[in-house]
Design a protein around this ligand. Structure first.
Ligand SMILES: [Zn+2]
Length: 250
């Protein structure tokens, strides 16, 4: 039996002299893996489409255990990502997060769209920090996390100065700051952006320009939340953090 999938390559592992095991996140069936025989050879028709981040159509044979990836058709190689070490680092984190947050064959077309759109934005000239933060906020529900972003997580206040509380799992208003002495102070711009990232439709991202100090705040609060609740410790995220420090030094 052969099935055709639209997908993005999120992981590849070399297997033997010339083969690759390719993990693809697909629109039709979520995460699936396939054995691509000969794909490591540069003259293989599979060499291009089975590279990390490739977006295309994949024909997989067999329905028990791991199928054989015998044909693939590239739609886009996301070349700008491949040619830029910083973009590559962001995209590597995105695909690792998808891989770690999902099980095999859990169909989720919404998540495919999110991945697809996020990779397109990074491939284009959008700010990869902001695109990554949006992706992280949108992945929270996939990870089973539901921070309160509409109102104060303690008293329900909707009109206030807000900070973020790890302990209370969401925004906390100035009247409740004492309930969590370790609350994370936020500028009101950051509050607005966090809400926007969490709730809005990613296809509607216009040009967005965010001040460096706001970007730092967003990154710190999202990282803190992930460290506390996601249960993930990703190599690609540590690498991104190292790159950040490097950028600060330049
Ligand atoms: Zn409150």
């Amino acid at each position: 039996m052969v099935e055709k999938y639209e997908g993005i390559v999120i992981k590849t592992i070399d297997y033997g002299e010339s083969n690759k095991i390719v993990t693809i996140f697909t629109r039709e069936a979520g995460k699936i893996a396939g054995m691509a025989r000969g794909a490591k050879k540069t003259n293989s028709r599979l060499a291009g489409p089975t590279q990390l981040f490739s977006y295309g159509y994949f024909m997989i044979y067999g329905n028990r255990g791991m199928g054989a990836l015998q044909q693939a058709e590239l739609i886009s190689s996301l070349r700008a990502i491949r040619e830029d070490i910083f973009k590559t680092a962001y995209a590597t984190y995105i695909v690792e997060l998808i891989d770690k947050a999902t099980g095999e064959k859990e169909r989720n077309p919404f998540l495919f769209e999110l991945l697809h759109q996020t990779m397109q934005y990074i491939n284009e000239e959008y700010d990869p920090d902001i695109v990554t933060n949006i992706f992280e906020m949108k992945m929270l529900n996939v990870l089973g996390l539901y921070p309160e972003m509409n109102r104060c997580a303690v008293c329900g206040n909707t009109e206030a100065q807000f900070g973020f509380s790890i302990k209370e799992n969401g925004l906390i208003c100035h009247e409740c700051f004492e309930k969590d002495p370790h609350f994370f102070p936020l500028s009101q711009t950051s509050v607005k952006l966090l809400r926007l990232f969490y709730f809005f439709d990613i296809h509607r991202l216009g040009s967005i320009s965010v001040k460096p100090e706001t970007k730092k705040e967003l990154k710190n609060v999202i990282s803190l939340y992930y460290d506390e609740y996601s249960g993930l410790n990703l190599k690609s995220k540590r690498f991104l953090d190292q790159l950040d420090k490097l950028k600060d030094q330049i």
